[in-house]
Design a protein around this ligand. Structure first.
Ligand code: MG
Length: 299
């Protein structure tokens, strides 16, 4: 069996900076990525969407976020939008994403985040060029796709083709795992590029954002019932390298089963010190966190 390169290489989990390092610097910005590398971290998570002119860009929300984005006049957006997929990559450059809107409740979640005025939406191409300077840096590229609101995103065939084109031209030696909550994207990727490592994101807690349930559009037609209601078995059967569950969903039993099946288990988004300790104690392979230094000091 080929060793899964995303399994933790030592007793310590790999620390993935979430959206760069959202707790420290503006999310999904080159400034955050630079900081992460300068601190010596070896794994980063980013979110990718497609612009109207087919350029993969690094941005989390399907609608430009009023909690972050300022227009060319320097004013924070009054409401979410426009939709990322309706703007060209050049048009996206008009927005400044370097400072949290202090009036927005989101800003209270990241009180330590330093502002970087004039931070722009990075392109995936630029990010890959940057990452190639450290070939040991693991890249978790999350495709943002909204299986319950497909009109907000890009159809899988177009998204995956654009992603693969950029990765072919700009990808270096870095280990890359492409992840998504929308498993339709991962199945398209498996079809078009069977060599690509896949990360299956899941949110199984009951609630409005849950992605794992019978008939879920996020699961690309997969049914837990066919796998004795064992999510690790279902995901391993898809040919995945990584399973990325919400940390509150993870049980010791599921972790052991997933790792026995060869999966790396990378939990998100673990910021609370007690939760970090619990995940380290469980023996996860990766911790995706907004606060990489916090995780480093506790693992
Ligand atoms: Mg993400």
């Amino acid at each position: 069996m080929i060793r899964n390169p995303f399994r933790r290489p030592s007793a310590r989990p790999v620390i993935y900076g979430h959206r760069g390092a959202r707790g420290v610097l503006p999310e999904n910005t080159m400034e955050g990525f630079h900081w992460l590398r300068a601190q010596g971290f070896k794994a980063v998570e980013i979110d990718v969407q497609l612009s109207a002119d087919g350029v993969p860009v690094i941005l989390h929300d399907p609608l430009l976020p009023p909690q972050l984005a300022r227009d060319s006049q320097g004013n924070w957006l009054a409401e979410p939008g426009p939709n990322v997929t309706t703007l060209t990559a050049a048009e996206l450059q008009a927005y400044d994403l370097g400072r949290l809107n202090p009036e927005h409740p989101y800003s209270a979640r990241f009180p330590e985040q330093r502002a970087v005025d004039a931070a722009r939406v990075p392109s995936l191409a630029g990010f890959l060029d940057w990452a190639s300077a450290d070939p040991a840096m693991i890249l978790n590229i999350e495709i943002k796709s909204f299986a319950d609101h497909p009109e907000l995103g890009t159809p899988p065939a177009r998204m995956v083709a654009a992603l693969l084109q950029v990765m072919t031209r700009h990808g270096g030696a870095n280990p890359v795992v492409v992840s998504s909550f929308d498993w339709n994207m991962l199945h398209e990727l498996r079809r078009m590029a069977p060599e690509m490592a896949l990360g299956y994101l899941s949110l199984a807690r009951s609630g409005p954002d849950c992605t794992i349930y019978q008939g879920s559009p996020w699961m690309a037609g997969q049914s837990l019932a066919e796998y004795q209601f064992c999510l690790p078995r279902l995901i391993a059967a898809q040919g995945a390298q990584c399973w990325c569950p919400h940390y509150l969903d993870l049980t010791a039993e599921d972790l052991a089963q997933a790792q026995a099946l060869g999966l790396a288990v990378n939990v998100w988004t673990v910021n609370d010190p007690t939760a970090i300790d619990r995940m380290v104690g469980l023996g996860v392979d990766g911790i995706i966190t907004d606060y990489p230094l916090r995780a480093l000091h506790r693992s």
